[in-house]
Write a protein that binds this ligand. Structure first.
Ligand code: THU
Length: 136
């Protein structure tokens, strides 16, 4: 079983593919499926700005398009400096997209690196970050 720290390391790996020439802010996400597969995603920016896709949505769209629809957790890392020394929280749009596929107790794991090689973690549920979410 993969632990939170291992999933965070996967998110850092995902951020390496970030296409962010405009913001220069690299984000990576590692999405864990119920059957313990991991889908990576990075932010992909666009010259039109508004067509930018966040790392979290890249990961979930990759997974859903491969037939996965049940998820346990996502780890997110973002940084303007590649030091990943501040937590990167998911934007509102990504929270809503996660809520389409994930249960209220789905885990959202954030990380930051304050000292060399020491990862600090924060963990939320989707319900905590998106209470009273819109569903049909
Ligand atoms: N971004 C993400 O990929 N995920 C988030 O949760 C927050 C923001 C991206 C979008 C854009 O490419 C850059 O970070 C700066 O906003």
């Amino acid at each position: 079983m993969i632990n939170n720290e291992e999933l965070i390391l996967k998110a850092i790996e995902a951020a390496k593919n970030s296409y962010s020439p405009y913001s220069k802010f690299k984000v990576g996400a590692a999405l864990l499926t119920s059957d313990n597969e991991i889908y990576l995603g990075c932010n992909i920016e666009n010259a039109s700005y508004s067509l930018t896709n966040c790392a979290e949505r890249t990961a979930i769209f990759k997974a859903v398009s491969e037939g996965k629809k049940e998820f346990k957790a996502i780890a997110i890392m973002g940084s303007a400096t590649e030091e990943f020394d501040e937590y990167c929280t998911p934007c509102g749009a990504c929270r809503q997209v996660l809520s389409e596929f994930c249960e209220p107790n789905f885990k959202i794991i954030l990380g930051r690196i304050k000292e060399k090689n020491k990862i600090e973690l924060k963990e939320y549920t989707l319900k905590e970050l998106l209470p009273e979410s819109f569903v049909l």
